[in-house]
Design a protein around this ligand. Structure first.
Ligand code: AMP
Ligand code: MG
Length: 401
């Protein structure tokens, strides 16, 4: 049986980033840059005032008390019309270019202004309240490296630099297929012997959250020809995720259907709970996954194996969720020899750390355990974490402080 780490390593070895595309800067949010961004501008383009006040020559204030003549006015969006000479000042507003001759600004609340006379009773340092040209960026400077993930500040930066579009890695299009005679799809009421199809929807949402574009392929019954035919319709996708039908029962056709559709599969038994069995392979060079059918198992195996794969395809270098060490608020047992991924809530302890508590019953069909979970506590087989002991937790959602 493989460890989870061995399985992840195997998968990621087979995965390459997709090709790149140019997108509008706002659409680049959370995407990975495929080109370095080099400044084509000086930012700010000229020395300018950071306050509403008066531009002056700092040396005029050396004595600490002086009267200056106001010789003009400049607001943001204008260029100063005159030079400031000894004994002179210019009314200036935030963001306005500094006039020639002036090298400092005094805020308006620090002066006594009377018509075009200005009384100053302090010494002003050269450069005070002046934002110098190029303070943020110089022409030719590399601002963002390829591989950088675009956030809101990066979008603003691209706009500042005058790039309407930017080259990023493509988002993986991921087809999702659920299989099982017992499944009633959303929109139809389950009959007496049916259960609702959950996995198509949780998996599509996980794909979206991982930065992919989900393509729903609906539900197929446990019939080899039907599953194979549906898999063959997934050619527009960059990856395929199937759920259920991957064990060794005589009703489990997904592996056989994938193989018939041309996939090369590695069949695994991974030592984890929930989760075993899963299958991974490639179909025309695209990754394909067969995840277990139980809703929690499908979600947890997606987290561990599919999410990093999709992130690698989207060009990310940081593939995995962050982990923290939390303190158990009550006993967390992991009976059985397989590695456990137990659903826990995480509560701030008031000292910068978190307390972890099981969400309740941990059965792999109990989806409520995922709804409640802030994270997955990772426990070795046959291990018990006692109250007050530390446990490693994979963080699934943003935590309150
Ligand atoms: P299987 O892997 O086919 O043996 O399925 C394991 C369990 O997961 C069974 O109880 C199935 O009914 C259930 N299951 C399979 N697919 C889904 C699905 N799409 N939504 C909810 N439960 C499912
Ligand atoms: Mg089944």
């Amino acid at each position: 049986m493989l460890t989870v780490e061995e399985a992840i390593e195997d998968i990621l070895r087979a995965v390459r980033p997709l090709e790149t595309e140019r997108v509008e800067v706002v659409a680049a949010l959370e995407r990975v840059l495929a080109e370095p961004i080099v400044s084509r501008r000086e930012i700010p383009p000229w020395d300018n005032s950071s306050m509403d006040g008066y531009a002056l020559r700092a040396q005029d204030t050396a004595t600490g008390s002086v009267e200056l003549a106001v010789v003009g006015r400049v607001a943001a969006g204008e260029m100063p019309s005159v030079t400031v000479r000894a004994g002179q000042a210019m009314r200036i507003f935030t963001g306005a270019p500094m006039p020639e001759g002036a090298d400092a600004v005094i805020p308006q609340e620090d002066v006594d202004a009377d018509g075009d006379r200005l009384k100053i009773r302090s010494t002003i340092e050269p450069g005070a309240y002046v934002r110098p040209r190029g303070e943020d960026l110089h022409i030719g400077e590399t601002v963002l490296e390829a591989g950088h993930v675009v956030g809101p500040a990066e979008v603003g930066m691209l706009a500042t630099l005058g790039f309407p579009q930017v080259r990023v890695y493509r988002r993986p299009r991921v087809a999702v297929l659920s299989t099982g005679n017992e499944l009633a799809d959303l929109g139809t009421e389950p009959t007496a012997w049916q259960i609702p199809n959950t996995n198509t929807y949780s998996l599509m949402a996980q794909i979206l959250e991982a930065g992919g574009e989900p393509i729903g392929l609906g539900v197929e019954p446990d019939r080899l020809d039907a599953i194979e035919a549906r898999i063959r319709t997934a050619h527009a996708a960059d990856a395929l995720v199937c759920s259920a039908g991957v064990s060794v029962g005589e009703m489990d056709f997904v592996k056989e259907a994938l193989t018939r559709a041309g996939a090369e599969l590695k069949l695994w038994r991974v030592s984890m709970r929930p989760g075993k069995p899963i299958t991974f392979g490639s179909l025309d060079g695209r990754p394909v996954f067969g995840l277990p059918g139980n809703p929690v198992s499908a979600m947890v195996t997606f987290e561990l194996f599919v999410r990093p794969t999709l992130r690698a395809m989207a060009g990310h270098r940081h593939l995995h969720r962050s982990r923290i060490r939390a303190r158990a608020l009550a006993q967390i047992p992991n009976p059985g020899h397989r590695r456990g991924y137990l659903r826990v809530t995480l509560t701030p302890d008031g000292r910068g750390g978190y307390g972890a508590r099981l969400t309740g019953e941990q059965g792999s069909a109990i989806l409520r355990s995922m709804v409640l979970a802030d994270g997955l506590a990772v426990l070795a087989g046959d291990m018990v974490i006692h109250e007050g002991e530390e446990v490693e937790v994979i963080v699934l959602r943003e935590l309150s402080a």
